[in-house]
Every structure is written in C-alpha cells, then in structure tokens.
Design a protein around this ligand. Structure first.
Ligand code: NAD
Length: 491
C-alpha cells in the first residue's frame, strides 16, 4: 500500500543518506510503498540546488539495471533541497515554508516524518526547533526517526530523551537499530514462538547457556575519530547486542504487535542483573587489537590517539534474575579485526541427564555432545540444530550431526536491506523493530557499570592479535564456568 509522506532529512548530503537511505527509499518506491504522494526535503549546511541534489540521489542508486532507469528518473523528481544550519532558529522558518509548499504539491495529507541522519549532538536542538518554529503538522502524523548513538551513558541518553520528549511523544519516536532490520534477527521470534519444539525447551531446565557473537574483520577504517571516542561497549554492545539478547530472553508477547513485543522486551531487560563494580570486573572483558602481519595496531591507526585505551573488543556474561533464565548465562562478544566477519547466535542445550552410551560395554569412546541451535545471522542466513545420532557402521558410537536450513542465494538477494525494512516500518508507524526508551535506559544502566570501571582502571592493551577471536580473557570467561565458545578457532 502506498504511504503518503513528506520526509525531512537532516544530513541529506551525508554518508548514511547516500549509501543507505536513498537506495532503500528507491526500493520502497519500486515496490509501490511510496508513490506519487511522497516528497523528501533534504537539508545540510551546503548550498545545493534541487537539480544537483536530485543528481546526488540518482548517483546513489546508479547501480540499478537499465530497465529501472525510467523509474529512477521519476523517483528523483520527489527530492528537494534546502540549505539549512540546524543551530539557526531562523533557518527553520524557511524550512517550514518549503514543507508547506511540498505538502500542497504532493498531497502528502499532513504526514511528516523527520529523519535525523547527522551527528547526535544536534538531535536535541533540531527537535526543540521543530516545535518552537512550528514545523509539526496538525493534520497527519509527526514522526521522528533517529540514528544511533543514543547517548554516551545513561545520564546523557536521558538528557537527550528529555529533550526529544518536549517535541515528540514516545509513540512518535523511531530509534534506529539496524540489527533489528536483519532477516534472521526478526526470525528469532518466528523460531521461538512458532515452534512448540523450540519454545517449550526455551528455559533454564533445558538450556545450558546462550552465546551471541558479532564479529567484524575490519578495523576502524575511516571512522577512527568517532570510534576512538566510543569503543565496542558503546558502539555495539549497548545497542545491537542488548537488543538481540532481549529478543532471545523475552517472554511470549500476548500478540505480535509492536506494543506487546515492547512490553516483553522491557520486562526481560528489567530482570537483567546489574552488576556491582566488582562483579562487572569479573564478568566483562575488554580488548584492543595489536599489530599483525601487514596491519597496524589500533593505537597506530590514523585518527586514533597513540595512547588510546578505547576497547575494540568486548565480551560479557549476562545473567537474568527471572524464573525462565535463572542460572543460565548469556555470553556475548563483539570486536574488530577478528578472524572473520559474521554474526551468529548459539543456544547450547543441556546434555541428557544420563549418558547411557558412556557405558564401557557399548564400546563407545565418545560422550554425548550438547544439542546446539545456531542462528546464522550473517553473512549466510539460516539455522542449524545439532543432534546426536548413531555413527553408521559396526559397533555403537554416537556422532553429532547438523539439521540445517540455509536461505538460498536468490531469497537472500531479494530480502530487503535493514534500512529498507526499517524505513517502511517507520512509514507504517510500526515500532516492533525499533528500540524504545525504556529498553535503551536499561541497556545503559547495565553497561555503565563496566564503562565507569574501565574509565578509571588502566587496561593492559594491546591484548589480542588481528585475525583471532579476541583476548585470552574472553575464553577464560567461559572456561571459568566449565564452558567454551561454540565458535572458536583451532589453535
Ligand atoms: P556524515 O558526517 O556523513 O553526515 C552528516 C551530515 O550532517 C552532513 O551532510 C553535514 O553537512 C551535516 N551537518 C553537520 N553539521 C550541520 C549543521 N550544523 N547544520 C546542518 N547540517 C549539518 O554522517 P553519517 O555518516 O551520514 O551519519 C549520520 C548519522 O547516522 C550519525 O548519527 C551516525 O552516528 C549515524 N550512523 C551512520 C552510519 C554510517 O554508516 N554512516 C551507520 C550507523 C549510524
């Protein structure tokens, strides 16, 4: 169904807009979710004519097929530009006037979506000015889409939220976490709540531990300036990992609507045990990569402070104090310059209480392995369930085999990109795949303890080599509990 909307994009000449947002909007246009009744007013400080802006948009979708070029030509006609400094209140007056005209021209029925794709220090200022200079509509909806990062800690996140709340209500705010737009992250709910054989075992009676790995092969590249001021805990764990964990840990929602899903995610995060500083010291691991063959140490990267104590790796053990999960650790890790680029979730089940095959008379030299449900999020999308089976042949030995489903390449290629899904959801007013303020607040409260500790304690960096799976302490975090990472390198 066609969505009628007037989009105001702050940061329209930026990297995210050109790499992700325009191509995603084009896909929505091609699929008919956007049509004649949509327009986008891009802003940034630069002076760009409407025509030059349309060419910028055309360039950002230039990888399209010959047959799509006609559509692209009509698509870019919906794009307009206004030079605008977000810190100057008088500039909003001009913006207001242009929005009114575009609204008339494209009959967008008063639906206004404001997208903040720029440095977060401006988010509060923009929101306040939208209200003060009366850029909000009384006819349709007013929605705000906002990029990460949402604060640097709980206090700054709360301040930002308070500022946004002066203009937008919670149900008008869409906080982007692009992991929530990934096919297999959305599949967690289908797997859990659509399958009796999975959901009925999804608790501390049958699950031994849960592991989440977001592994990156690249270093900081051109984002060094931003990253050195942020680190893995803030950049990856507070948002993406905590959102994935909340989906794994939550109770079954009453229905699959955004408000019901939110209630359960919040409830799960509320029961996450917030550590004391001493507990955080024991349950968090940080790392920073060293030099490797032909690669710089983090501290030698362009744009990084040579004495930087910023972590490029983090691992942690999370515990939920609730009936379902009491006693089941969730181990999570993420890092840069790791062995490979992938995201996966491993759910490790308890072994049978009695291993009847361990009886020496059965001539078995192998003990039973744990059942493991692995969700492959990327680069491949799919899942596998490891079960024990009899090895073919004489005698009786058990061997683990994988029941596996992987999406075929064409399904994967046709699947929408996270930004396409999320933009569509925001246009439809569906909050399911966006982070609510309460979720963000609980996530900050959890990671803030480690952050504060790390800010005062000197780390022993660098402590892992590029191409590894992080520092030795990450393996020790599990070894201490008699466990190990399911995905590990053969050393
Ligand atoms: P960018 O620096 O490329 O673009 C920012 C834009 O803001 C530029 O067009 C710039 O001209 C404009 N701008 C700066 N100051 C301004 C002012 N005072 N008034 C008006 N315009 C001003 O940034 P980006 O990489 O596109 O990122 C945008 C947002 O998205 C940030 O919040 C970032 O954290 C987030 N984000 C980006 C990526 C990515 O891949 N680029 C990924 C995840 C999140």
């Amino acid at each position: 169904m066609e969505n009628k909307a007037l989009i105001t994009l702050f940061g329209a000449a930026g990297d995210l807009a050109q790499r992700k947002l325009y191509p995603s909007l084009f896909k929505l246009y091609q699929k008919g979710y956007l049509g004649e009744h949509f327009a986008l007013l891009g802003t940034s400080r630069r002076q760009i004519s409407d025509e030059d802006f349309q060419q910028m948009v055309a360039k950002s979708i230039s990888g399209i097929k010959e047959t799509e070029k006609g559509q692209a030509a009509s698509f870019i006609k919906h794009f307009f530009f206004q030079s605008h400094d977000v810190t100057k209140p008088e500039h909003y007056v001009v913006l207001k006037d242009r929005l009114a005209k575009l609204e008339d021209q494209f009959h967008t029925t008063g639906n206004r979506l404001f997208y903040m794709s720029m440095a977060p220090q401006f988010f509060g200022t923009i929101a306040l000015n939208l209200k003060k200079q009366q850029l909000l509509t009384d006819d349709g909806y007013n929605r705000l889409v906002i990029e990460k990062p949402f604060g640097r800690d709980f206090d700054s996140a709360k301040k930002l939220n308070d500022e946004l709340s002066q203009t937008f209500q919670e149900n008008q705010i869409f906080r982007i976490d692009h992991y929530l737009g990934k096919e297999m992250i959305q599949n967690i709910e289908a797997l859990r709540f659509g399958n009796t054989i999975i959901e009925s075992l999804w608790n501390n009676r049958y699950i031994d531990n849960v592991q989440v790995t977001l592994s990156e092969k690249l270093g900081v590249e051109e984002r060094a300036g931003y990253y050195d001021n942020s680190g893995a805990l803030r950049d990856m764990m507070q948002n993406h990992i905590m959102q994935v964990v909340a989906q794994l840990a939550m109770e079954q929602p009453v229905s699959f609507t955004d408000s019901d899903v939110r209630v359960e995610k919040i409830k799960a995060l509320r029961s996450l045990r917030v550590y004391t500083p001493a507990e955080a010291a024991a349950n968090f691991v940080r790392g920073q990569y060293d030099a490797g063959q032909n690669t710089n140490a983090y501290r030698d990267e362009d744009g990084v402070d040579p004495h930087s104590n910023t972590e490029t790796f983090v691992a942690a053990k999370l515990l939920f104090d609730n009936y379902r999960w009491s006693g089941v650790p969730f181990y999570v890790r993420t890092g840069k310059k790791m062995a490979d680029k992938f995201t996966r979730i491993d759910v490790v089940f308890k072994k049978p209480l009695i291993d009847i095959f361990a009886n020496p008379r059965m001539q078995s030299d192998q003990s039973l392995k744990s059942n493991i449900l692995t969700i492959y999020v990327e680069p491949e999308a799919g899942f596998s369930l490891r079960v024990n089976a009899k090895s073919a042949g004489q005698g009786f030995k058990t061997t683990p085999v994988d029941l596996k489903f992987m999406q075929d390449t064409s399904t994967k290629e046709e699947a929408p990109e996270p930004y396409e899904r999320l933009l569509h959801d925001a246009l439809e007013g569906n909050h399911t795949n966006f982070a609510s303020w309460s979720e963000i607040a609980y996530a900050w409260k959890f990671v803030d303890v480690a952050r504060k500790l790390w800010d005062i304690e000197e780390p022993q960096f660098p402590n892992y080599v590029p191409g590894s799976m992080g520092p030795a302490a990450s393996d020790e975090l599990l070894a201490r509990d008699g466990r190990q990472w399911v995905y590990r390198l053969n050393r």
